[in-house]
Design a protein around this ligand. Structure first.
Ligand SMILES: NC(=O)c1ccc[n+]([C@@H]2O[C@H](COP(=O)([O-])OP(=O)(O)OC[C@H]3O[C@@H](n4cnc5c(N)ncnc54)[C@H](O)[C@@H]3O)[C@@H](O)[C@H]2O)c1
Ligand SMILES: [Zn+2]
Length: 378
């Protein structure tokens, strides 16, 4: 038996932030990064919190949040004795806040539940609706996914106005992360009709809107659609998990420090080819499902071979139009560092919890081959 539950309440539409006006007499701990304070996004949120609340802002978060920052955050959160945690930012701020809340509860053995609100400012990770947090051990060069329902936000606020300040590169990196979430959740061994419905819708929304937001970041309608797609894809992979693309991206991200979505996009065509395994068998489940997605966005897909070719070519063209690198080399990773790291990346990717849901079970040699294909231009 499987129990399917969507427990995060989603506040969306005009003036969604005004829901915060209902909070009184709370101790509100805001977790964010320095840019959010500078850009005025935090002021837009604190303006909605009445003076009857005590507010503390922890604005030290950096991309790929390291354990050291989490430790500082746990101390500050504990000292402040928060009743509400509000995470404001991209996946890094939301994931860091999740880990802080989790470890604070463990260390202090506190009984009262802290209310957790996630307010994403990128349309990418879907972290606002997932039980998933990715934390980095910078010294060891490893990213750890923490997976537990204890870190699921109770409330997610989707306000696309907060995303408008994202520059073109962050907009497309995070947008392509959404696309990767859709593709991985859809072909995952844990996919079901519910996660498929979510992944299909989010996939269409990304294809309809990503070029619009890349060209014009002030297009608020397209921004809201991408924001919705990110959240819907998060709901899909919260049910179905992800796959090898993320397994490798977590491992390689900790070594190469490439933005998460950009790294996923370098790997994507190679992962589709590996999973579809078209040379051997043109009708495995993943191949048929990729073909469904190709049809959904109007590509020719009269058989799996044609469908997968059209899907892969369309993703490669999209990547070019979005001005994204097509290989590790094009991103600027040096061959020496790549060669030194590939064995460790393959070993870490094999152990990553997301790899377990991949439709084709990889060996270490398979992963090294995918990494090598992704090193040079395709
Ligand atoms: N929890 C999950 O379910 C999940 C899923 C996928 C990835 N992740 C993790 O999330 C992290 C990536 O998150 P991300 O891609 O959202 O990026 P991020 O949070 O790392 O932010 C990237 C940069 O964008 C900036 N930024 C964020 N919002 C902005 C805005 N509105 N305007 C201008 N700049 C803005 C940040 O200041 C930062 O410099 C990685 O650590 C990844 O492993 C988590
Ligand atoms: Zn991702």
């Amino acid at each position: 038996m499987e129990k399917i539950r969507f427990s995060t309440e989603i506040w969306t539409g005009d003036a969604a932030l005004q829901g915060l006006l209902d909070f009184h007499d709370q101790r509100v701990f805001i977790v964010t990064d320095p840019f959010m304070v500078k850009s005025g996004n935090i002021a837009a949120i604190t303006d909605q919190l009445s003076e009857k609340n005590e507010i503390k802002i922890f604005s030290d978060i950096v991309p790929d949040p390291p354990i050291t920052k989490i430790t500082l955050g746990v101390e500050a959160l504990n000292k402040f004795n928060a009743t509400v945690v509000v995470a404001v930012g991209g996946g890094s701020a939301i994931d860091a806040a999740k880990a802080m809340k989790f470890f604070t509860k463990r260390i202090t053995k506190q009984k009262e539940e802290i209310l957790f609100i996630a307010i994403p400012t990128t349309s990418g990770t879907g972290s606002e609706v997932t039980n998933f947090s990715v934390i980095t051990n910078s010294e060891a060069g490893i990213k750890y996914p923490l997976v537990t329902d204890e870190i699921l936000p109770q409330i997610a606020i989707l306000d696309a106005d907060l995303v408008k300040t994202a520059p073109q590169n962050i907009t497309v990196d995070t947008g392509m992360d959404v696309l990767t979430h859709c593709l991985e959740a859809y072909v995952s061994i844990d996919a079901n009709d519910f996660s498929d419905a979510l992944a299909e819708k989010a996939f269409q929304l990304v294809f309809e809107n990503i070029e619009k937001v890349s060209k014009d970041g002030s297009n608020i309608e397209a921004r809201q659609r991408m924001h919705n797609a990110s959240c819907i894809a998060g709901m899909a992979f919260n049910l179905a998990n992800l796959g090898l693309n993320h397994g490798i991206a977590h491992a390689a991200g900790a070594k190469f420090h490439i933005p998460h979505g950009r790294l996923n996009t370098i790997l994507l065509p190679h992962i589709i080819a590996y999973n579809a395994n078209i040379a051997r068998n043109s009708s495995n489940v993943a191949a048929l499902k990729y073909c469904n997605l190709a049809r959904l966005i109007g590509l020719s897909a009269s058989n799996p071979r044609i469908g997968i070719r059209s899907l892969t070519n369309t993703i490669i063209q999209l990547r070019r139009k979005l001005k994204m690198p097509d290989s590790f080399q094009a991103y600027g990773i040096k061959k020496e560092l790549f060669d030194q790291s590939k064995n460790d990346i393959a070993e870490a990717a094999l152990k990553d919890g997301t790899t377990a849901a991949n439709p084709r079970k990889p060996t270490k040699e398979d992963i090294i081959a995918i990494l090598e294909e992704s090193f040079t231009k395709n």
